[in-house]
Write a protein that binds this ligand. Structure first.
Ligand code: XMP
Length: 326
């Protein structure tokens, strides 16, 4: 797939049969392109990079080197799942980089949202570059580019534009899903045997939980974002909302309010629940979460998440509010 234009004759991949035909064709093409050389992939665990990894593992096995950078801003259980699925189940060549301290140290005291994004993006490239330099004989760089990234110049991924690898580290690009739409990538991922919670996951921004821990990120407040997000996701899954709602998450703002625990006043953070539906992320409406479920989620969050005494429900549509808080 070298051209960047989807042929009109290309059938939409909607079934397992069509996905299998695509996989077979791509595997043959990847083998031809890569031969006996090595390919590098930054594997975040998101749908696109996971599908590219699974395709390449099928095509060239251990010639693929996956690098998973844990920047400390991933959701609960994500790095563990990447290791379990790709290293343990698919037997992939996976380098796991624990860069948590490095990112959080760089972000300490930085409160401007765009500055935070820049630091996260630039540090990510730096960590990836360092790993790439340790490897020998890499000729190809695989990327999870999908068709909307090509056709929408102002698309979601454009937010994350922080430049790329330095000149002396330029590889030939391998982009096996670049002509596919997101729904097709998911059908292909399912046919490749990836777990449902990886294939059908909601969109997750590049800067991760970093933009949901508003203002200057602190480790304890970031933990409150991660734990409350995990509770929200668990309850949405249990109550049939996970596959229905486009994006749902929690935010922990950098201010406190009073509460009362065991007769004593507390001074803790609020957790904000956000759940929205959209088709293109340019406008969004709020999901009407049943009140009893909201109460149940609130009970769990205020009892289970350290440092939190209040839960708020953001019912603002986009516009005027954006989906994320930063
Ligand atoms: P907003 O907040 O602009 O979000 O209404 C629209 C969609 O974009 C995602 N988003 C990002 N994705 N890097 C990303 O990869 C980012 O910096 C970023 N900021 C927002 C957001 O999650 C939503 O799906």
């Amino acid at each position: 797939m070298s051209a960047n234009v989807r042929p009109q004759s290309m059938e939409r991949i909607t079934t397992e049969k069509l996905a299998n035909a695509f996989i077979e064709e791509q595997v043959a093409e990847l083998r031809k392109q890569i031969g006996t050389k090595k390919v590098l992939l930054a594997l975040s665990g998101g749908v696109d990079s996971s599908v590219v990894a699974a395709l390449l593992i099928k095509a060239v096995g251990k010639q693929l080197v996956c690098v998973h950078v844990n920047h400390g801003l991933l959701r609960k259980g994500e790095p563990e799942q990447v290791i379990e699925v790709f290293r343990n189940q698919m037997n992939a060549n996976l380098i796991y980089v624990d860069a948590v301290d490095r990112f959080l140290d760089k972000l300490a005291g930085v409160s401007d949202p765009e500055q935070k994004r820049k630091i996260i993006g630039a540090e990510f490239i730096r960590v990836f570059e360092e790993e790439a330099r340790k490897l020998e004989n890499i000729e190809f760089l695989a990327q999870g580019t999908i068709y909307p990234d090509i056709i929408e110049s102002a698309g979601v991924k454009a937010h994350h534009n922080v430049g790329g690898l330095p000149e002396d580290l330029k590889f030939q690009l391998v982009e096996p899903v670049k002509l596919l739409f997101k729904d097709e990538v998911r059908v292909v991922g399912k046919a490749l045997g990836l777990p449902d919670n990886m294939v059908y996951r909601q969109p997750f921004p590049g800067p991760g939980l970093g933009v949901r821990c508003t203002g200057a990120i602190t480790r304890d407040r970031l933990e409150a974002v991660r734990e409350s997000d995990a509770i929200l996701r668990e309850e949405f899954a249990k109550n049939g909302l996970a596959g229905k709602v486009w994006q749902y998450f929690t935010i922990v703002p950098d201010y406190k309010s009073t509460g009362v625990i065991d007769g004593k006043r507390s001074w803790d953070w609020p957790v904000v629940i956000r759940a929205v539906n959209t088709t293109d992320a340019m406008t969004a409406t709020v999901e009407n979460i049943p009140f009893e479920l909201l109460q149940h989620i609130t009970d769990r969050i205020i009892h289970e998440v350290k440092g939190v005494n209040r839960v708020l429900y953001d019912i603002s549509p986009k516009p005027i509010a954006t989906i994320e808080w930063e």
